[in-house]
Ligand binder design. Sequence first.
Ligand code: GLN
Length: 301
Amino acid sequence: MSDTRRLTIREAYAEASSFLRQRGVREPEANAQRLLEHLLGESRSGLLIRWAEPFPQEREADWQQLLARKASGEPVQYMIGEQEFYGLPFAVTPAVLIPRPETELLVEAVVTLGRQLWDPAAARQDASPAVCDVGTGSGAIAVSFAAQCPAWRVLASDISRDALEVAEANAARNGMGGRIAFYEGDLLVPYIERGIRLDAVVSNPPYIPEADEAGLQPEVRLYEPRTALYGGADGLVLYRRLASQLAELPAVPALVGFEVGQGQAAEVKRLLEQAADWDDVRIIPDLGGIERHVVAYRKPS
Ligand code: GLN
């Protein structure tokens, strides 16, 4: 009797995991689980509660389709349309880079340092600093700043109109719609043109050297937006432009924080040191020990 042979949800998960593994998908279990949650409209715990139930037959065709897409390399985040970042949900579309966990460390570093620099109790400086996220993409960094630091005035910009639409939707979704001013434009140009004074410039710009394209994971190379990935021939083009644009702002910001690619930190630090005077320029490693962020700051005088 075919009915008794129907798979449970747990068995469907196990079968999907081994299928994805055979097809060379990394983290097959985690991918199978996220896709199953998405298919069945369940949270992680909701799925576990239904573990022993029969897999719903009417979802079988959709399930096979999702697994085929995943097996061909599509990032699960684009398939389910979502990625969590710094504890908040973000919609992602192929117009934006999928926010990465290492970028959470940049948010963390800037929030910690910014709170020290602009401590309202110390009352030594503007207690509502203007903090901008250049190349905001999904809005992950900007929305996290707004959520973490109610006193900050957050600005966010991107050269991509499509990305800005995603970022604005993510701000609204997380209750930060009124907290962030969005600008369309290239790097710091929107702020320079309007003469906007910025206290902090933060960016996770595209930094992959074009020459490294062939070596990228297909999931990244074939699906994520080119504009968000490549930083010119050596990957450093956007840092050079950002560093030189700092001087065109009404005042050099007191804090600059950049995410960088592997092997780029020392050169980005040098670019920043050349561009302005700082009290300190720090290089911060990620959890894998790779020098991942460069943060420069001046204490209020
Ligand atoms: N700022 C966004 C993020 O960190 C997008 C970065 C990018 O597209 N290079 O996720």
